[in-house]
Design a protein around this ligand. Sequence first.
Ligand code: DHB
Length: 517
Amino acid sequence: MKLRFAAGALLLLAGTVASAAANDSLRFNPDSFTRGSLTMPDGSNVPYKAYEGIFYVTNVEDSTYQTLNIYVPETLANIPRVPILLRTYVGGYAASTAKTPSPADATGRALSEGYVVCIPGSRGSNSTIERNGATVYTGMAPNGLLDLKAAVRYLRYNDALIPGDSELIFTDGTSAGGAMSSLLGATANARDYESDLKKMGAADATDNVFAAICYCPITDLNHADMEYEWLYGCTNTGVRNLSEAQIAISNELAAECPAYINSLGLTMKDGTPLTADNYKDYLKGFLLESAHRALQEGCVIPDTIGFTFYQDKSGPMGGGPGGGPGRGMRPGGKDFKPAGDGRQAPSFGPGNAPRFNKTSDFVTALDLDRYLSYVASVTPLKTPPAFDQMGVLIDTPSPENNVFGNEKGEAANFTDFSLQHRLHNPSAKLNKEMVRHVEVMNPMNFIGTGKSTVAPNWYIRHGAKDRDTSFLVPVNLATKLQNDGKNVDFALPWNRPHSGDYNLDDLFRWIKATLPR
Ligand code: DHB
């Protein structure tokens, strides 16, 4: 679409740019670049043009963070419409400067594929400016998200001038950055953000994106505490070794979760309603699939972490111990080649685990509690409440308490539960402003509502041993999007901890398959 308009648009703009240069500071200047190059892991060299330090709003509050960088490979992909990878490096809900591309992550890979890369900075929990002699915190929620939306608007506003197609923006982030990516994908063009974006001087354009790539999104923050305890409560007196006071909080939170799950009105792929009663079996399906793929691709899985295996002792598909496949799992057969996230999974290493026949063995069952204890033994779990923790059993604010804080840098609670516990007042309630901030920071509030332009394509990954948030968070997000008819590629990749931009072969296979033909 862009190519058809490009020539005309450029002619038009030639006039527009000259006359509007003084008052259109958001107009991209194609001539203002430096040259650079990346050396990729395979030794190849990827030269690019770098457009750096571009302000993407006119009312810049925080000049350290409200800029973006754009990288254009010297050799653009030879396809009709070149996508733009918008990578945020937000972590821990902190501020993030506009960064340079890295050969080790999706930015370098995108450039080597001939795609355009945009890396915006954004304000966050720790960004400050000096105003009238006082330190002012600039990045309280949802400001970081607003910045990223403004960056998307900038790209679309300058579509005719920036190589790449602003209708093909893929957002990408990990953890809090994964949450930001999910929010960019779920909340675009919603009225809730409009007046703030106007005040900031964001470009006059829409902010919907084509695809959201979300690695371990730390999101659904106002339900994340109950989702964590409902899942991991089984470890409280075991590997988690909680105190009595902690167990009491854990139990209180966990008790709130079934009603929340049921309130979502989600369905499984076959249309069966997803409820608190069948939820754990549903979750097990994703973990079984993850382990199964990993085995098929040559990983070694110990028999001590909850999985039951079927080992075929008499040739492919022949009889073996333990009978047939368990829930949802089918034996591979000779030609079985699963696609996806088992590939490149880091193996457990040799140890004394059983050996598997790659083509005929499979996973039949999972003792979920045992597996969760294993996850908790790899990285100690968060203590309850895992997210809105400030003032409940400890005073320390979490990253989330910080990002919901105020201009003075004072952290805040963002759930009634924790506020009530901190104030020892069972009828305490968040104020209206906080309720609004929490609301607009949760992608679950937008998907399927018609309030926003939801991205049509989603790639969601949460490592199978990542305990930074409950598995329920990515599972609910992916399921809600699926139920809303979106194209969703979701997996809990085997043996991955809290991390992102891994298995880039898989990611870029998906990107290519997702691009319009
Ligand atoms: C991140 C990790 C967390 O556990 C969390 O609560 C918030 C953010 C992160 O890595 O970005």
